[in-house]
Design a protein around this ligand. Structure first.
Ligand code: S3P
Length: 430
């Protein structure tokens, strides 16, 4: 097991670019495989999660070429996938297993999806239950809630589904199934989760309509291969944004970051805490808004976080908790129960780690209450096998009095394989 130690930092300065957006990378591989003709993807994130998606489509007969810059996908059309000869292993990736499950439910073959020890603990019923209402035949452990999942592909019928959770994975799984279903598949959600599927379905020519609170997909229309440029992942940029904010004397420019409004909750939350983050040179790439972010160290204040901003920042709460730990006053996070079913229970994991770093944190059912301190104490933190916990605690180490060591840092490769070299590039000592 690899561990990593960061020393207190002087300042975080310079100019960086973060790797491609994980959610958009998954979807570009999926839709490129289902489209007719060639799709090219520039800026693809080659993290373990996305490689799991890529391998899944290769196992279903899709040919790809990758020179490290450009991924070329030879799409075979909506009905071109072939039965995989083995179990498909999604590794740690919830997006891979849930979205591919929706797609496989509509194929005319049998397949099995599994994942690593963490993914096999995560709830799958949220996608399986509505898919079964469409006619899908899917079986899993724990009464059909846990992987491995066995899927007997069949003909599906569109449904009108009101999802009880704001989840882009649920929405996207049903949208993928909806590409094949008879009639219309309509999904509404309690508040808007990331809309990359809606945007990319449209970009590939799918019959998709959005309306306030939801999306409708009509089945049967073929997709066309496209050229995609993936913007930098704001969820990866988040670690460097918080690093620059909490280390005095910092100024960091992060180039080419995706600023889709369904993902910029982190900017709104940190802005409300007093952060100085400027959006420079806003532009659009393959239907997604992009900007450069200029971040300067700032004095942060504790705030109350809840409601519609939560799904717009859902992956950023571990590092938001670090910012809150160094803010003056109290930060209350609520409406974030979903954090308990991420790669690990992120409420429990961050509460335990921040306490080790000398912060008073109260766990609640759907969030936490954090009382900020002047500086963190050095400690040995645990990643719990979760990439975002590992990176958050390494960022915490930059603003601690002594070194923070994080165990089991291999998991960082699932979403941000270049995180540690990039930290060193902006002047962080190990
Ligand atoms: C994702 C959706 C979110 C997010 C995950 C990526 C996606 O999960 O946490 O990292 O690409 O659709 P939920 O749908 O469970 O909220």
């Amino acid at each position: 097991m690899q561990s990593y130690t960061v020393q207190p930092a002087q300042a975080v300065r310079g100019e960086i670019a973060v790797p491609g957006d994980k959610s958009i990378s998954h979807r570009s591989i999926m839709l490129g495989s289902l489209a007719s003709g060639t799709t090219t993807v520039r800026g693809l994130l080659r993290g373990e999660d996305n490689l799991a998606t890529l391998r899944a489509f290769q196992a279903m007969g899709i040919e790809t070429e990758d020179d490290g810059e450009l991924l070329v996908i030879r799409g075979k059309g909506l009905h071109g996938l072939t039965e995989p000869t083995d179990v498909i292993d999604c590794g740690n990736s919830g997006t891979s297993i849930r979205l591919i499950c929706g797609l496989l439910a509509a194929q005319d073959f049998f397949s099995v999806l599994t994942g690593d020890q963490y993914l096999r603990r995560r709830p799958m019923k949220r996608v399986i239950e509505p898919l079964c209402r469409m006619g899908a035949k899917i079986h899993g452990r724990a009464g059909g809630d846990k992987a491995p999942l066995a899927i007997v592909g069949t003909r599906l019928t569109g449904i009108d589904y009101a999802s009880p959770v704001a989840s882009a994975q649920v929405k996207s799984a049903l949208m993928l199934a909806g590409l094949y279903a008879d009639g219309e598949t309509r999904v509404t959600e309690p508040s808007l989760s990331r809309d990359h599927s809606e945007r990319m379905f449209r970009y590939f020519g799918a019959d998709v309509t959005t309306f306030p609170g939801g999306v409708t997909v009509r089945g049967g229309r073929e997709l066309e291969g496209r050229e995609i440029v993936v913007p930098g992942d704001i969820s990866s940029a988040a670690f460097f944004i918080v690093a620059a904010l909490i280390v005095p004397g910092s100024e960091l420019l992060i180039r080419g970051v995706g600023v889709n409004p369904t993902r910029t909750g982190i900017l709104d939350i940190l802005g409300a805490m007093g952060a100085s983050i400027e959006l420079v040179d806003q532009r659009e790439l393959s239907g997604e808004p992009v900007a450069d972010l200029l971040v300067r160290s700032s004095r942060l204040n504790g705030i109350e976080i809840g409601g519609d901003v939560v799904p717009r920042a859902i992956d950023e709460f571990p590092v938001i908790a670090v910012a809150a730990a160094l803010a003056s006053g109290r930060t209350v996070i609520r409406d974030a129960r979903e954090l308990r079913v991420k790669e690990t229970d992120r409420i429990a994991a961050m509460a335990a780690n921040l306490r080790k770093a000398g912060v008073s944190v109260e766990e609640t059912d759907d969030g936490m209450v954090i009382d900020g301190v002047e500086a963190l104490s050095g400690c040995a933190a645990e990643s719990c096998g979760d990439h975002r916990i590992a990176m958050s605690m390494l960022v915490a180490g930059l603003a601690a009095r002594q070194a923070i060591t994080v165990d089991d840092t291999e998991c960082i490769a699932t979403s941000f394989p270049t995180f540690l070299p990039l930290l060193e590039q902006v002047g962080i000592r190990r």
